[in-house]
Design a protein around this ligand. Structure first.
Ligand code: MG
Ligand code: MG
Length: 251
């Protein structure tokens, strides 16, 4: 069942969203050659806890980190590690969730480590822009989830990229993952109709190569099957009378 939020609950989600966005931005500023993904994770946990919130992902299904940090061909759910050192030319996806006053925020971005290839730059830019396209589609009156997913896939296909199909965006609120599923593909005019006070995480996961992904033996980390680079971009979004509001965006 889709849980719509009242104005009080939306305000609580704005608070959780702001903390999430700030923690993600702080970690993004720390990204550089030589840093480990565990150091980024520690920063995220400390900041979220300083705000009186809890990292949504820590312990979720047994996940050992506060954030999911995935490098290059890793798509999502990378486990922060002291052994994982970032190198010049890498791209790193940081996915953060914060839980405060009963509600979650969820946001992700892909950061360059030093100077990266033009191809990687284009992948990151197109993934962010595919989110913008999804948001535009969501703001059209009567939009359905098929329109949102189609907007993402159609946009990245222009570049010869593919969207991940095994993992999708989701409703969010009291639970990190609520109904409905929010795929990055779809048929225009099909699927759940978006309505006011719905809160969803829209999160394009875009592979430079083929769509297929594999889960590593650590049972978490998802990698591209063909080894190609992957990028991720996510905001928690509320559908309101004034359009689609990004709850995890910071000023
Ligand atoms: Mg996320
Ligand atoms: Mg999410």
């Amino acid at each position: 069942m889709i849980q719509l939020k009242n104005s009080e609950q939306l305000n609580a989600m704005r608070v959780a969203g702001r903390i999430t966005g700030e923690a993600l931005a702080l970690a993004g500023e720390m990204v550089r050659e030589g840093i480990t993904t565990k150091q980024l994770d520690d920063k995220i946990r400390h900041y979220i806890e300083k705000c009186g919130a809890k990292p949504s992902f820590l312990g979720y299904g047994g996940f050992p980190g506060s954030a999911c940090i995935s490098v290059n061909n890793e798509v999502i759910h990378g486990i922060p590690s002291n052994d994982k050192v970032l190198h010049e030319g890498d791209i790193v996806k940081i996915d953060v969730g914060a839980f405060k006053n009963g509600f979650h925020g969820d946001s992700a971005n892909t950061f360059p480590v030093g100077k990266i290839s033009p191809e990687a730059e284009q992948l990151i830019r197109a993934t962010k822009e595919s989110f913008d396209e999804a948001l535009k589609a969501a703001e059209i009156a009567g939009a359905r989830l098929g329109d949102v997913g189609h907007a993402v896939e159609a946009y990245v296909k222009n570049y010869g990229y593919s969207v991940v199909k095994m993992f999708v965006g989701h409703g969010i609120g009291k639970e990190l993952h609520e109904q409905p599923d929010v795929p990055n593909f779809g048929t225009p005019g099909r699927g759940v109709r978006l309505c006011r006070n719905m809160t969803i995480a829209i999160e394009p996961m875009v592979n430079m190569g083929k769509s297929d992904v594999i889960i590593l033996p650590n049972k978490w980390t998802v990698v591209t099957a063909d080894g190609s680079l992957s990028a991720h971009y996510e905001h928690t979004v509320a559908i309101t009378d004034n359009g689609a509001e990004r709850l995890t965006a910071i000023q």
